[in-house]
Design a protein around this ligand. Structure first.
Ligand code: FAD
Ligand code: PYC
Length: 416
């Protein structure tokens, strides 16, 4: 079997892969659809999949200006957890985490969900108190989590510096044993394949340039591949959501910033859980290839860049060296960035908009990879039924006008 795979790989490499069967179709856009989803990131593809699977709405297109999964979905550090503070957040992130548990089976595609455990270090008294509060809130909501002692942290992560006299000593940690990581590309590809098989058209290299309205409702889209008619548009374009919504005359309470990450050269397995060190602004896990996957805070100014920068790399690595001294001896291999969409309360916006037929799902900021299955599920329900799914209700855009903020600035974990 293995010999066959290697020969097949070699033969296809030499023949330009022309005999490979495409995993999804590349159709020409039709003149119109019942629903058009903008953005083929994880959230857009999951939305299309659940529209078809759960609601039988298959006359659906997903339009993507680049390639599917080429936005933040293919650029993130794949951490999956549900340890948020507020009840509405716990509900949606835990729905999502639990859907991840069976997603490979659901889509018959290996997502490599790896519930290796997530540790959130407490390196100041204040952080310790804050995480204890989160742990209480999470346990009340039925989540499997607990606070662990410095000795347990050392046992789980032997490479950690447990010197109690260092600048930011380990005072304990919040631990979610069934948090972990997944394979980001596979999540996009699995949902794409699943949606395509149910009849959804995924149209790449198709940039949306305008939204057509007839009075208070949407009627179609202008794209680089022509006009496409539709009564329902679901916008899921992350860092580009403000520019798209502006095309329909809707102003979004969103800031777009670059969030960067980097990987080291591959090394033997040294860390088998995810560790977040929020006080020093860094986090770390190890990929299956052996690279240490490292990230820090967002750029301190708004921008639409998708590149890494040396000041950010230097800041993140410097911050982590005391906690993980091993880093000082590693060469860093690559860095990159993605455009994240930040709301004021660090919670997403999911729901209807003031324009009929226009729906939006955005504001996942630095933390939306973990939310893809749950978000797609409740957003599809919202679009199909033209009213918010019960779990999505709290996340409506009105909350900023009405002062119903869902403050997750601490749980978002990444400094911004
Ligand atoms: P995207 O994947 O960005 O998809 C939006 C798509 O819309 C893009 O493909 C884009 O090309 C397309 N688009 C934009 N404009 C147009 C247009 N005019 N026409 C057509 N298409 C358009 N989250 C976690 O939970 N855990 C993590 O560990 C984590 N780490 C991160 C690390 C980094 C460095 C970054 C950048 C993000 C991280 N995130 C993490 C956040 C997570 O990646 C995002 O919240 C999530 O991927 C957003 O998915 P999406 O589908 O909404 O957006
Ligand atoms: O949301 O867990 C998270 C996360 C980690 C790094 C970026 N986002």
């Amino acid at each position: 079997m293995m010999r066959y795979s290697i020969f097949s790989l070699a033969r296809n490499a030499l023949t330009g892969h022309k005999d490979w069967q495409a995993v999804w179709r590349s159709p020409e856009p039709r003149p119109g659809y019942d629903v058009i989803v903008l953005g083929a990131g994880g959230h857009g593809l999951a939305t299309a999949y659940y529209l078809a699977k759960e609601h039988g709405i298959t006359n659906v297109a997903v339009l993507e200006k680049g390639w599917l999964g080429g936005g933040n979905t293919g650029r993130n550090t794949t951490i999956i957890r549900s340890n948020y503070l507020q009840d509405p957040s716990i509900a949606i992130y835990e729905l999502s985490r639990s859907l991840y548990e069976d997603l490979s089976q659901e889509l018959n595609y290996n997502m490599m969900f790896s519930p290796r455990g997530v540790l959130m270090l407490c390196q100041t008294e204040h952080e310790f108190r804050a995480f204890k509060r989160t742990a209480h809130a999470n346990r009340l909501a039925g989540l499997d989590c607990r606070m662990v002692t410095p000795a347990e942290v050392k046992e789980i992560v032997p490479i950690i510096n447990d010197d109690p006299t260092c600048r930011y000593p380990i005072l304990g940690a919040y631990y979610q044993p069934r948090g972990g990581t997944g394979r980001h590309d596979a999540v996009a590809w699995g949902y794409a394949r699943g949606a395509d098989a149910l009849g959804v058209d995924i149209i790449q290299n198709c940039e949306v340039t305008g939204i057509q309205r007839d009075g208070g409702k949407v009627v179609g889209l202008e794209t680089t591949r022509g006009v496409i008619k539709t009564p329902k548009i679901a916008v899921v374009t992350a860092g580009h959501v403000s520019t798209i919504m502006d095309m329909a005359g809707v102003r979004m309470p969103i800031e777009s910033l670059c969030l960067q990450a980097l990987v080291s050269e591959p090394i033997k397995p040294v860390i088998d859980c995810v560790v977040m060190a929020n006080t020093v602004h860094g986090y770390i896990s190890q990929s299956d290839k052996g690279e240490l996957v490292i990230g820090g805070g967002t750029d301190p100014y708004n921008n639409y860049s998708q590149r890494g920068s040396f000041p950010s790399l230097e800041h993140t690595v410097t911050a982590l060296v005391e906690t993980f001294p091993i880093i000082s001896r590693l060469r860093m291999l690559r860095m990159w960035g993605g455009i994240v969409d930040m709301t004021g309360d660090r919670s997403p916006i999911i729901g209807k908009t003031p324009v009929d037929g226009l729906y939006v799902n955005c504001g996942w900021g630095t933390g939306g990879f973990k939310a893809i299955p749950g978000s797609g599920f409740v957003f599809a329900d919202t679009v199909a039924n033209d009213r918010p799914h019960q779990i999505a209700e709290a996340f409506s855009m009105d909350r900023f006008r009405e002062g119903r903020l869902i403050d997750e600035s601490v749980a978002a974990a990444v400094a911004h």
